[in-house]
Design a protein around this ligand. Structure first.
Ligand code: ADP
Ligand code: ZN
Length: 727
């Protein structure tokens, strides 16, 4: 905005649509706006919310512009957040308005929360008093306004008594502010007595928060070493300083136990932010964060786009988790963007993991991040003993999937009255169904994927687009009846096998297909923690962060599952996931075991897990990445071209390739048909852009996209900087 004395008559406004820059709008006489103001503006035939942006408008006659309709009564988006939106936009090559839209996801929250109707004592005592009436007036005469039900509840009387008093003139209507979604956290409520190592790490974090400066700390500590306890001290330090704090978690909908722990430490829960939050609650949280009434948020990656005015700390728990990558519209990695947010806001960022990403490890090794180690489990709880079961030597019986060695380990665990977890990262009953008569395989009609049988639901389901169909009795190809066979296991099939083998054991199957959604899942997790199950069969949902005190055996049904997909991070991912899932065992000091069923017991991942030598694994993995120039030693970007016909997708991908500028250190690989060649009815081709560490991959891709012909018809181009998925 110009700094002259007259109010600007036109301002740039970022609108939630894919434009390269803000649009100009005229400011009506008497309206006050400034950068960050959330405004309602006409856009085509509609009205939408936008954000007044920085900078001057194009030299357009304000009289020709459309007028801003309204400025919302809402705290403006602060400058740090605006710079963050600009940064995410130029880094991910997403239009700024589409990034800003992530910030504007709670439209009802732009208006203040309505005050609640309440009662104020007028001083008029009715003539006829009862014990109940006396109790009420004692409370009310302290001067505070009460809600009708709150007063009745506090006095322990029925609502009719309150209404009666009102009718007699003892109360008049008063408007009271809406209740906070959570009480303020109290940093000194119940500090944990930390061990020496923990205290040293906590002191390091407290110093980082006190320094009021940007810096990244990686807390590297085995599962159960107390990373959560330690970063709670950083949160306490931020809250003491009057700053807001954000804790990012990969699977927030499932972390009831985390919220309870926070409450034990701070006397109040953090506000939650994730996609399962009811809309009314979302709006309240958004608003109260913007007003600074919420001090700590625990949330999924999208919480990065909450309008914190006083953010002073971000913690990224399980920083290696792939769930932090969003692959929808704006492709961003929440861990990396959290670091950017900290740099812009000049505050510390804490990354925590038992199995850090190779990227974070390298950053720590090279001194860009500070590293704090927590070498042992709390209270001398031992890590589980890990061993491989060589499936070539000890194969399961025909038609089953659990090796006799694993079955006897489960039996021994049962006999000791302890819990077992059988882990298989595959939902449903079987990943493939085929006809034994003609060989027909059931494929999704929209995607190049097999349909997964879900026997509980009686359906064949596509895990990519959600398409589902009833499983037929006869083959749709040859018509043969009763010849369809399930190939390979999913968790439901393992559950069948367990029930057959251990008919008296109490079993629970946990996957995201659970009927009853997140609420049910939370109940089941609590039940497991309380010991109400003997054998748990689960997908990665059970791998993350839970504390099951009586669990002493973890059996990995197919340890090789993630290794074969040609992804440069396949080994790293498998190592992380299996470390994490076996880390569910032995959290309270009992002797515990982890058994990995594998056909490749000599694979470096299995060796690292069994020997417990994570350092050797990282050293090898880092050396390999460096040799191949892969992240973090080089840079990658995926460009995905899709269209309703294969020919259109392919020809546009070739046009892009032709338009690639000649910049020495950046190469383009492809186009090649994507491994997921058909997805949701769209044909897909991929280009992979590979550069050196300092390459300006964004400028390269921007030029490639602008110099190629515009995508026509159904063609769409999606850029994925730092891709995590190569499908
Ligand atoms: P991590 O986050 O590294 O997996 P946690 O912080 O969850 O580890 O700690 C593991 C368990 O040990 C938790 O039940 C936690 O409450 C307990 N614990 C860790 N440190 C302490 C401590 N200093 N005092 C009491 N309990 C602790
Ligand atoms: Zn599909």
């Amino acid at each position: 905005m110009k700094a002259d004395s007259t109010e600007p008559r036109a301002v740039p406004v970022l609108v939630p649509m894919p434009a390269d820059r803000p649009f100009s709008y005229a400011v009506p006489d008497g309206m006050q706006v400034r950068p960050g103001s959330i405004v309602r503006i006409p856009l085509g035939p509609r009205e939408v919310a936008g954000i007044v942006w920085d900078g001057a408008c194009d030299a357009i006659d304000p009289d020709k512009l459309r007028l801003i309709s309204e400025v919302f009564d809402c705290p403006p988006i602060d400058a740090d957040m605006r710079r963050f939106v600009d940064w995410v936009s130029s880094y991910t090559l997403s239009p700024p308005g589409i990034v800003a839209r992530m910030l504007l996801r709670a439209p009802e929250a732009f208006d203040p929360e309505p005050f609640v109707e309440g009662l104020q004592y007028t001083g008029n005592r009715p003539e006829r008093m009862t014990a109940a009436r006396t109790r009420i007036l004692e409370l009310a005469s302290e001067g505070m306004a009460w809600s009708r039900s709150g007063l009745a509840h506090a006095a322990g009387v029925s609502l009719t008594v309150v209404d009666g008093l009102k009718a007699q003139g003892a109360f008049e209507t008063a408007w009271i502010p809406p209740r906070p979604v959570v009480a303020p956290p109290d940093p000194s409520y119940a500090p944990t007595l930390l061990t020496g190592d923990q205290q040293a790490a906590a002191d390091g974090l407290r110093a980082a928060v006190a320094a009021d400066a940007f810096g990244v700390t990686l807390i590297d500590g085995v599962t159960g070493s107390g990373k959560t306890e330690v970063y709670f001290e950083a949160v306490a330090a931020a809250v003491e300083k009057g700053r807001q704090a954000l804790i990012l978690l990969p699977e927030i909908a499932l972390t009831q136990a985390f919220l309870d722990r926070f409450q034990d430490r701070f006397g109040a829960k953090p506000a939650e932010w994730h996609s399962d939050l009811p809309p009314r609650m979302r709006e309240k949280v958004w608003r109260q964060v913007a007003e600074g009434r919420v001090r700590v948020v625990a949330g999924a990656r999208s919480a990065l786009f909450l309008p914190f005015p006083e953010l002073g700390l971000i913690v990224v728990d399980e920083e290696h988790d792939p769930a932090y990558k969003q692959e929808d519209r704006v492709f961003y990695h929440a861990r990396d963007m959290a670091v950017v947010r900290g740099r812009i806001g000049r505050f510390p960022v804490v990354l925590a993991s038992a199995t850090p990403s190779v990227e974070s490890r390298v950053n720590a090794d090279q001194g860009r991040y500070r590293r704090l180690d927590l070498p042992g489990r709390f209270a001398d709880a031992a890590l589980p003993d890990l061993a491989a079961i060589d499936l070539r030597r000890a194969p399961p019986q025909r038609g089953t999937f659990l090796s006799p060695n694993l079955v006897s380990a489960v039996r021994e665990t049962l006999e000791r009255g302890e819990q077992s977890l059988l882990f298989l990262n595959r939902r449903g009953y079987a990943p493939l169904t085929l006809c034994r008569s003609c060989g027909h395989r059931f494929q999704c009609r929209n995607c190049s994927t097999w349909l997964v049988e879900h026997r509980f639901r009686g359906q064949l389901v596509c895990h990519h687009c959600g398409h589902h169909e009833r499983k037929p009795d006869s083959c749709p190809e040859c018509g043969t009846v009763d010849h369809l066979v399930a190939c390979g296991p999913g968790v439901e099939r393992i559950a069948d096998e367990v029930v057959t083998t251990f008919p008296d054991a109490r079993t629970i199957v946990l996957s995201s297909d659970i009927i009853g959604g997140v609420r049910r899942l939370r109940l089941e997790l609590e039940a497991i923690a309380k010991g109400d199950a003997d054998i748990v069969i689960g997908t990665q949902l059970v791998a993350k962060g839970h504390n099951f005190p009586n669990m002493t055996l973890v059996g990995v049904v197919d340890a090789d599952l993630g290794l074969a997909n040609g992804d440069p991070r396949a080994a790293e991912r498998t190592f992380q996931l299996l470390s994490q899932v076996t880390g569910r065992a032995g959290r309270t000091g009992k002797r515990s075991r982890g058994l990995l069923q594998t056909y490749q017991p000599d694979h470096p991942v299995m060796r690292a897990l069994v020997s417990g030598d994570a350092e050797a694994f990282y050293a090898r993995e880092i050396a390999e990445r460096e040799r191949a120039g892969l992240p973090p030693f080089g840079r990658l970007a995926g460009v995905i071209v899709s269209a309703l016909t294969r020919a259109d997708a392919e020809s546009h991908a070739r046009e892009l390739r032709r338009a690639a500028p000649a910049i020495g250190d950046i190469r383009v690989l492809g186009p090649a048909e994507a491994p997921l060649a058909l997805l949701g009815g769209r044909h897909r081709f991929r280009l992979l852009v590979h550069g050196e560490r300092r390459s300006d991959i964004q400028t390269f891709i921007r030029r490639m996209v602008t110099e190629a012909p515009r995508p026509r018809g159904t063609v769409r181009v999606q850029v994925d900087i730092d891709p995590q998925s190569f499908l």
